[in-house]
Design a protein around this ligand. Structure first.
Ligand code: FAD
Ligand code: DLZ
Ligand code: SF4
Length: 506
């Protein structure tokens, strides 16, 4: 009895269910394939990260005596797809069955369902047990509910896991400390340096490969600084808990020119690839609070991101796919402006978020949501093009987590399944939460049409354009009351500037 156990590049965990009950005659198949590297034009640092992490994971298994069949991207026989490589591996090893863990993306799941017929042997698809909730658990949560709100799901997950619970009460006396987590960054706060992970020969070889094969993809592979082994990922986790977590809550929503990481964990790429497990991250964060090393607002805010938001978006994805991505609530159809790929724009906030993305294959949540996401929402950019961009440019991006965040949270293209109102904001929000406006050619405070912040013009134009769709939303009543009190000449000027600005994007 020989099983072929297939491990794709986002399942690099020793505890992955496809490796449970591994026997000595079994073969573990891992393959670098062009189809995965190019289904969107992934950032070069993302490809370098994943291929290097895959190679290190395979080496670790081999050192432990596991029979690993590893196919490199530049193998001349490489067929370029998971299905093709499985077929070749079945011919090489003659296994009696294939074992896989449920993949992270619908696209791959659809393909996987055909493998049994194509390969002529049973294909066992196991549950991905690394998450706190299975898609079935989420369906149960969603059943009969008119509205799916993260907060209710999150409280259920706290109760289920016992994370930050004192008996049946939330630890610290409240479920949520978000009100304390919206501070802008004072000038004198010292920011921590992120840990540096030196490239070894494996990473250097991958970087050369990426440089030679992925011309035209965003960014540079050189300088990739994500942890590529479990040990490095644990170092990153410890660094975050000890150095950044205490201030994580306070400055979670802040943005600063030249400071792409602030107090964020940078753990999403290693976590989503499988090098860390969500439970160990949350337990360590809780220990830091219980040990008096981090305040409750930081620890609760951080755990909510992983136990709440991360699980919630995955639940939405598997509940609603494949139709989920088809929605386009506002009928947005403008093409994605070219500056999303180059960063060449005179809006300082957009230039910072995009150039940092170019540089690091990373931007923190508020940049993604309230700068690039907010702009795409206000400007009416076609959701499919925006989604493709987010999927390509971030090292942590897989469709299960990217799509609900982009389609649902940032663009409100699902009409309110994910969020109770669009995360639309004028330049005043960006001005309050960042120092970007100080060096911008525009001004968030200006009333002069020439220097008027595009976000301000676009915000009111968006609200006016979509009044029929949004006016009934109880959370937007104030916005429309303010709009109706605005001077007619000012509204005309704002909408004229918005039109000119949008025309110039064409
Ligand atoms: P931290 O700020 O340190 O947060 C801690 C962890 O919480 C993260 O590592 C992540 O695992 C989790 N988390 C936080 N917010 C979310 C969220 N909204 N959804 C899921 N997990 C969350 N996250 C991805 O992992 N992959 C994506 O492709 C992705 N695309 C996004 C697209 C848009 C438009 C938006 C608004 C958000 C997206 N996010 C995505 C969520 C979030 O922005 C990133 O998880 C976060 O910025 C990663 O940086 P960090 O590890 O420093 O996070
Ligand atoms: C993202 C990615 C890339 C760039 N390359 C590979 C690869 O060559 N081999 C592989 O196994 N996985 C890769 N991945 C991750 C996959 O896209 C990811 O595992 C699936 O999309 C999840 O369903
Ligand atoms: Fe962005 Fe407007 Fe501020 Fe310029 S003025 S940085 S465009 S918010």
């Amino acid at each position: 009895m020989t099983a072929l156990r297939f491990v794709p590049g986002d399942q690099l965990s020793r505890c992955i269910s496809s490796l449970d009950d591994l026997e000595s005659g079994d073969v573990v198949l891992m393959c670098e394939v062009m189809e995965e590297a190019t289904y969107v034009r992934h950032h070069k640092k993302k490809i370098a990260f994943i291929l290097s992490a895959m190679r290190h994971f395979a080496e670790g298994l081999k050192e432990d005596g596991v029979n690993v069949d590893y196919i490199r991207l530049d193998d001349p026989e490489n067929t370029g797809s998971f299905a093709g490589e499985l077929k070749r591996a079945v011919a090489r090893h003659g296994p009696d069955r294939v074992i896989v863990t449920h993949p992270g993306e619908w696209r791959v799941f659809e393909d996987m369902k055909k493998w049994e017929a194509d390969l002529g042997i049973p294909v066992e698809i196991r549950v991905d047990s690394r998450f706190f909730a299975t898609p079935k658990d989420f369906r149960q949560f969603a059943k009969g509910r008119k509205e799916l709100r993260m907060e209710w799901f999150y409280r259920d997950m706290r109760r289920k896991t016992g994370l930050l619970m004192d008996g049946d009460k939330p630890a610290g006396g409240a479920w949520n400390f978000d009100k304390e987590n919206r501070k802008s960054l004072p000038e004198n706060v010292k920011l921590p340096d992120p840990p540096v992970f030196e490239s070894d020969e494996t990473t250097r070889e991958v970087i050369r490969l990426v440089d030679s094969r992925f011309d035209g993809h965003m960014g540079e592979a050189q300088g990739m600084n994500f942890p590529v082994t479990r040990d490095e990922a644990l170092t990153a986790l410890d660094h975050f808990i000890e150095t950044c977590l205490p201030s994580f809550g306070d400055y979670q929503d802040a943005m600063k020119e030249g400071a792409p990481f602030l107090f964020h964990s940078l753990l999403s790429a290693p976590l989503n690839a499988g090098l860390l497990c969500p439970e160990e991250i949350c337990r360590k964060a809780e220990d830091a609070w219980r040990g008096g090393r981090a305040p409750i607002n930081a620890v609760e805010g951080f755990i909510r991101q992983i136990l709440g938001w991360r699980e919630y978006v995955r639940g939405i994805y598997w509940l609603k796919m494949p139709d989920y991505r088809k929605g386009n609530f506002f009928g947005a159809k403008r093409d994605l402006p070219w500056f999303y790929w180059s960063g060449e724009t005179d809006m300082a906030c957009m230039a910072a978020a995009i150039c940092e993305t170019w540089e690091n294959a990373y931007a923190h949540h508020i940049q993604r949501l309230m700068v690039t996401g907010n702009f795409a929402l206000l400007a009416g950019i076609d959701p499919a093009q925006v989604e493709e961009w987010y999927l390509a440019v971030y090292a942590d991006a897989y469709e299960w987590v990217e799509l609900p965040n982009t389609h649902g949270m940032a663009l409100f293209a699902d009409g309110g399944l994910m969020a109770s109102k669009p995360y639309a904001a004028s330049g005043n929000y960006i001005d309050r939460m960042s120092d970007y406006c100080a060096d911008c050619r525009y001004s968030a405070k200006s009333k002069d049409p020439e220097s008027l912040c595009p976000f301000n013009a676009l915000y009111w134009d968006f609200m006016a354009r979509n009044r029929d769709k949004l006016e009934g939303n109880p959370r937007l009543g104030m916005v429309y009351r303010t709009f109706d009190r605005m001077d007619e000449a000012r509204v005309d000027m704002l909408r004229k500037r918005a039109r000119e600005f949008l025309d110039a994007l064409e």
